[in-house]
Write a protein that binds this ligand. Sequence first.
Ligand code: MYA
Length: 216
Amino acid sequence: MSEANDRAVETVDEDPHEGGFRAHAAITTDRGGPRYGEFSEQVRLLMDNARYACPDDELVDELIESLKALNDRLADSRIDEWHSPAGTRIDLPSRGNITLPPYVVTEVNDNGVVAELTFRDFHLGGNNAAHGGHVAVAFDDVGGFASAVAIQHVSRTAYLTVQYRSITPLNTPLRIHAWADRIEGRKVFIKGTLYDGDRLCAEMDALFIKLNPGQA
Ligand SMILES: CCCCCCCCCCCCCC(=O)SCCNC(=O)CCNC(=O)[C@H](O)C(C)(C)COP(=O)(O)OP(=O)(O)OC[C@H]1O[C@@H](n2cnc3c(N)ncnc32)[C@H](O)[C@@H]1OP(=O)(O)O
């Protein structure tokens, strides 16, 4: 870790943490500036290319130096999770969070949350198909979103099971849907589906628990 990375542990705390995902964390469309989406896309492209690259020794040396310089520049602008654009930019795919498979929400209503989601090269599991763990990540986030919509509050995943019904392709727009099947007290039972056209790729069955005030 560089000096800049060490400095990044400092946090901004004018917004005291009351537990959970900090329900009042500011969502934004301008943090990181108008080109933040392009920046995220370049990061994803970097991961895509890294996943498939077979660089020779000379190129590896060159890339390490370039990436070190880039990381030093980036680390200088690190901030705490509540104020970083990644995860709060609601105008960008997956709220600007580059660790999630990019998805764009197309419907939010009483039937839950529907989004168009595309697994990228860097989500490769094998033989041009998405890694099952990434499918679960997608369900967890869209499922958490559907839970938030259903109870208008933050919740955490207690369990999440995925039935992998058929291969999930990369670089193909898929339809992901998550909805609250039933709510019992703090328990929000979420179901979900992932389709490639008419073909069912995977199904989710999950339980989210509404967090109590102050609960982490
Ligand atoms: C426009 C912008 C929109 C933004 C949208 C943002 C979306 C973001 C989306 C991000 C999404 C990302 C989301 C993530 O990735 S969240 C990260 C992954 N999840 C975790 O780390 C959670 C870890 N676990 C815990 O913190 C606790 O165990 C929780 C909070 C889950 C419950 O501990 P708590 O002490 O609070 O509750 P309780 O133990 O009294 O249980 C309460 C009830 O629940 C029942 N129970 C509990 N566990 C299980 C189980 N495993 N199976 C079956 N039942 C279970 C239990 O029997 C009881 O039932 P009953 O006796 O009352 O009947």
